[in-house]
Design a protein around this ligand. Sequence first.
Ligand SMILES: C[S@@+](CC[C@H](N)C(=O)[O-])C[C@H]1O[C@@H](n2cnc3c(N)ncnc32)[C@H](O)[C@@H]1O
Length: 253
Amino acid sequence: MTGNQAGDTLVKGSTNTDYPWDEFDPYAYWQHNYGVLREDDRKMVEQARDFFAGIRDVYDAEGLDVGTGPNLYPALAMLPLCGKITLWEHSRANVEWLEREVLNHSPTWDPFWNVLTEKSRYQKVGDSRSAIARRAVVRKGSIFDLPRAKWDVGTMFFVAESITTAKLEFERAIRSFLDALKPGAPFVIALMENSEGYRVGTHFFPAIRVDKDVVRRKLISYAPDVVVRHIDSDGLLREGYSGMILAHGRLRK
Ligand SMILES: C[S@@+](CC[C@H](N)C(=O)[O-])C[C@H]1O[C@@H](n2cnc3c(N)ncnc32)[C@H](O)[C@@H]1O
């Protein structure tokens, strides 16, 4: 993701449907964001790993990653807990990219998997390529159309705050994701902190500024034990944000 610059296709509007999601460029985004493992993403992966590795009562479960885009590491992080993982993505271009990527994923995900397999729970998965190819299912759909109480485990990385500038829509996105999970489900949510929006290829996409306290206030009634942390950015991704936020917890039973 890079900041808005002169020459971008600026799309005016503030709600999710105002932006050209089908024209999201998965290759540009994937190369820029995940071509190499940055330090800030390493910390996100480590914290998601340590949280999921500590969940002992969920296995062979159904996982959900919402707004997957060109990012496989949330799905990789859920592998020890899941027999099936639904990748729920809105953009046609990202859906097509994902359908190819899950069949035999790129070596750029290997450094992410190496961080995950520092924990024995992940080593037991075996080969991540064949595990993703067998267990991941790509679905085209909006976060706002998710069925309720269907999945046992969930992840949502850089979505609720990065698909709109409208506060009510951000809140609706958080609710839709959490409502799609069953009571007691473990989840990890990642957000850009104080993001001003981002450019992918020639298009500019929206964001709403959120910080750790806002995120905690939104999640606490769903998950009283939620842990919300700020993660320093290494500054290599782009300008126009002040770090990342990672939240994990289990839904109230
Ligand atoms: C900033 S990207 C994050 C992608 C990826 N999860 C990551 O970690 O890098 C936002 C993603 O949300 C998707 N998206 C936009 N509107 C959506 C909606 N209404 N429902 C579900 N996903 C949506 C976009 O297509 C894009 O893949």
